[in-house]
Design a protein around this ligand. Sequence first.
Ligand code: SAM
Length: 259
Amino acid sequence: MEKDFFFDDGQTFIINADIFTTKKIAAKSIDLIVTSPPYNVDIQYNSHNDQLTYDDYRDFSRRWMKRCFTWLKDDGRFCLNIPLDKNKGGQQSVGADLTTIAKKTCFSYHSTIVWNEGNISRRTAWGSWASASAPYVIAPVELIIVLYKKTWKKTSGSGESDISRKEFVEWTNGLWTFNGERKKKTGHPAPFPVELPLRCMKLFSFVGDVVLDPFMGSGSTLVAASQCNRKCIGIEIDRGYCERAVARIKKEGIQKEGT
Ligand SMILES: C[S@@+](CC[C@H](N)C(=O)[O-])C[C@H]1O[C@@H](n2cnc3c(N)ncnc32)[C@H](O)[C@@H]1O
C-alpha cells in the first residue's frame, strides 16, 4: 500500500510513486494533464533508465498514456511536451510517433504548439561538416501536442478564466518563444520552465481546476498551478526530486492562508 501523499497542503499534492502502479488518482478526476515525459535521450535521472530501445520507449509511452486517459474527465485536456525529433542514438520522429500513440490510445487530436527555446542548443554533431555526404539537421524547438479525451468544449469546472486578452491573442498563435530552464536552478537534469505549464493552464483550464503532471520532476507544473490558483497533483518516482519540488513550491509558489 502507498503511504499518504508525500506532500499535501490542500491545494498541491505530491505522490512519490511509479505512474504505472499508483492507485491514488481516481478515474475521470482530472481536468488537465500537462507533462514532459522522459525523452529517452540518455539523461542521467536518479531512478529512471532513459536509454531504452525505441520499441521499448514506444511501449512505455503507450502504457503511461493509457493510465492518463483513464484519469481524465470526459472534457479533460492533455498538453504533451515532447521533442520534434532526435538524432542522439539514431534519428527518430519522436513528435509524430508519440502523437500517433496518443491517438491510438483514444485521445483526440486538437493542435500542436511549437516552442522555440531561445537559449537551448540541440546540436550534438554536424554529421559531415560542410559536406552533403551525411549532414545532420536539428531544429531548436520542442512541441506541445494538445489532445483531449472526448469533447473539446469544456463544460465542467468553475467557468472562470484568468487569461488576459493580450495573452489569449499571443498564446493562441501556436509559435511560443521563451527560454528553456537551467538545470542548476531547479536541481533536476531536464526541467521545463514554469512559463510552459502556466500558459497551458491559463489557456486550457478554469480557475480551481485539477491539473496533473504524471512526470513531475522538480515540480515546475506544481509551481505554475499554485501561481494561478489551480489544484495540482504531481507523480514522481524519485524521492530526491520530490524533495526538490517541495522546496520549490515553498519558495516559488504562492502560499495560501493557513498553509
Ligand atoms: C523530463 S522529466 C520532468 C521534468 C519536469 N517537467 C520539471 O520541470 O522538473 C521526467 C521525470 O519523470 C520521472 N519518471 C520517470 N519514470 C517514471 C515513472 N515510471 N513514474 C513516475 N515518474 C517517472 C523521472 O524521474 C523524471 O524526473
